[in-house]
Every structure is written in C-alpha cells, then in structure tokens.
Design a protein around this ligand. Structure first.
Ligand SMILES: [Mg+2]
Length: 173
C-alpha cells in the first residue's frame, strides 16, 4: 500500500467540490427545464450532495494506493461494484446501474461491458469523470498517466471514445 501523493488528494478534493457544486443544478434542470439554467436560476437549497463522480474517484485513488500507482482491473471492477452496492443513489447512469449490479453478482466485467450498446460499449463520460486524481498522481510521467487512465476506463466503458475522454482529462489534470 502506497500513500497517495498530495497532488492526487488535492485533485480528489477539487473533484468532490466540483461534483457537489455542479449537482445542485441538476435538480433545477429536472424540475424546471433548461430554460431555468439559461435564465441563471440559482439553487435555493443549501445542501451539496456528492455523486457517483466522487464515489468512483475515491475507489480509484484507493486502487492506485493499493496497486502502487497501477490499476488492477479485476479488483477495480469489483470495488466499483461494491461501492455501487453500498449506495446506489448517487446519480449513476442507467447503463452503469445494470453493469455494476451484474459485476457485483459475479459476471466477468470484460464480457459485460464489451457487449453493451450492441457491442460498441458505453461512450459515456463515467470513465473521465473519476480520473482526474490519477492524472495528478502520475503528473511527472504522462505516458503512465495515459496508460493507466485507459486501463481504468476499460472496466466500465468499452468504447474507445470513452477511454480517449478519460486520457484527455487525466493529462489535463
Ligand atoms: Mg455524477
């Protein structure tokens, strides 16, 4: 077990704040529609709730700590499923509910995620939304940042565009 470097923890904190800050506008969007956002309506409730972004970023940082900076895909898939089962109400996307429930039930992640969306795999933003701390962790070695960003992406998002998004966010971070 490695101690997470400070930049990775800072990135995790920033991700969690941004996640909870941004989530406050989802309620407005759902209740009042896009016009309310365009009219710059502010959220009235003071509660900031973190969502699946933060839940999965925490799992990823723990995974990097355990793997000395590298992602063990089988373990990471299992831990994402465990985190999901511990709290399913964090705003997971529809396809992730299905994938994480089935991984938790013991189905092999690779066959599952590669069969999604008629064999294309998900190209949602889920692999990118959790990856910034990994980029900060490997900031001194961008090749490793890119390689590990793609590795962590593959366990939930099979489509190459999802991996490309995750690599871009990791490198930007
Ligand atoms: Mg979210």
């Amino acid at each position: 077990m490695t101690v997470a470097p400070v930049p990775a923890l800072d990135s995790l904190a920033g991700l969690a704040f941004g996640d909870a800050f941004g989530d406050r506008w989802f309620g407005i969007l759902r209740r009042e529609g896009a016009e309310a956002l365009e009219a710059r309506t502010l959220p009235d409730e003071p509660v900031w709730r973190w969502t699946d972004d933060t839940a999965q970023a925490l799992v990823l940082v723990r995974e990097l700590a355990e793997g000395e900076g590298a992602v063990d895909q089988d373990r990471f898939a299992r831990r994402l499923a465990e985190e999901y089962a511990a709290d399913t109400h964090r705003g997971y996307g529809a396809s992730m509910h299905d994938v994480l429930r089935r991984i938790g039930a013991g189905e092999p992640w690779h066959a599952l995620v590669s069969a999604q969306f008629e064999g294309m795999g998900s190209w949602g933003n889920g692999a990118a939304m959790r990856v910034a701390p990994l980029g900060a962790w490997h900031a001194a070695d961008l090749d490793t940042a890119m390689e590990q960003a793609a590795r962590q992406s593959a366990v939930s998002h099979h489509h190459p565009e999802a991996a490309a998004g995750a690599v871009a966010v990791a490198v930007a971070a």
